[in-house]
Design a protein around this ligand. Structure first.
Ligand code: ZN
Length: 312
């Protein structure tokens, strides 16, 4: 059972769960073990058991939290939650209590649990641009636009959004991009060099998962301290290339999962920023009723909406 950016109200809690109780409004995010070195040091996205806890569909003991009416086991806890359902049994470490005025707002907050924290977190936790810096976001989908919003919260002087869809670039400007590049019409590396006065990017974020864009991001980095964060996930086994000599001059490429977020701190922080009007991700979310599911899928596929949310 799928579903990975859920929000809802707690119906009941299991034994030993103390951080939420029935009636609490919560967002659902990824799961982690809470015990390994990464988890203990506040980096649960780098949990040693991240893949098995989030994608195996079973608990570590092999059981699943859901079954058919005839008792057949059905895979659950996808991304710690399997929230494409009216009710779900989520892992405690996936459940984050949040403030929300009502159920409409709670539904709007759902994407914070993955896409939004991935983009904003990668900028704030990994890139952390300072004043005068230039950040470029490669790919202006939901994660890339979240990164644009994250960059807008920093003192960075220039924020460049790169995509091939004009409406996405327009939205990027609304969300804080100072420059946009349409990669279909312009040579991205040349344009970045123009925008940065030949210096190159202090910070780049690759969100598309397209190796050619990763190459452009790396080729655009400033000598000395240019850093590229990679969050886009291509199919397993995909290779990317860079010129080794180009990298030797102090440039860095770093992979980032889920914005390196500690969900219990960062998700409430993101919700607070949204409620204060400083993270206007509602501009890319549209809510749909269950009977509009086909419309939601078509709107997403044809680029009319970036983040469709189903209200079950
Ligand atoms: Zn862990």
């Amino acid at each position: 059972m799928l579903g990975h950016e859920g929000s809802g109200v707690v119906e009941a809690v299991g034994e030993g769960v103390t951080h939420v109780s029935a009636g609490d409004k919560v967002l659902l995010s990824f799961s982690s073990c809470g015990k390994c070195r990464s988890c203990r040091h506040g980096h649960p996205a780098y949990c040693v058991d991240f893949l098995s806890l989030n994608f195996d569909g079973r608990r570590p003991d092999g059981t699943t939290p859901i079954g058919s009416t005839t008792g057949e086991a059905i895979g659950g806890r996808f991304f710690g939650q399997s929230s494409f359902a009216t009710y779900c049994v989520a892992h405690a470490r996936s459940v984050v209590p949040v403030e929300a005025a009502d159920e409409d707002e709670l539904a709007m907050l759902a994407p914070v649990g993955c896409g939004i924290q991935t983009g904003v977190g990668a900028v704030l936790h990994e890139l952390d641009p300072g004043s005068g810096d230039t950040v470029a976001i490669f790919g202006a989908g939901a994660v890339g636009l979240s990164a644009v919003m994250g960059a807008a919260l920093t003192p960075a002087a220039k924020i460049i959004a790169i995509d091939i869809v004009p409406s996405r670039l327009e939205l990027a400007r609304e969300l804080g991009a100072t420059h946009t590049i349409n990669g279909k019409e312009e040579d991205t590396v040349t344009r970045v060099a123009e925008i940065t006065g030949g210096r190159g990017l202090t910070h780049a974020l690759e969100s598309s998962g397209v190796p050619a864009l990763l190459r452009q991001a790396v080729d655009s980095l400033a000598v000395g301290d240019g850093m590229a964060a990679v969050v886009g996930a291509p199919p397993v086994g995909t290779d990317g290339t860079f010129d080794v000599n180009f990298l030797l001059n102090g440039r860095t490429i770093r992979g980032v999962t889920e914005g390196d977020s500690d969900v219990f701190d960062f998700i409430p922080e993101l919700v607070g920023l949204y409620r204060a009007g400083r993270l206007p991700f509602d501009k890319m979310v549209r809510l749909y009723d269950p009977d509009q599911i086909n419309e939601a899928a078509t709107d997403a596929a044809e680029g009319r909406v970036l983040k469709p949310v189903l209200r079950l």
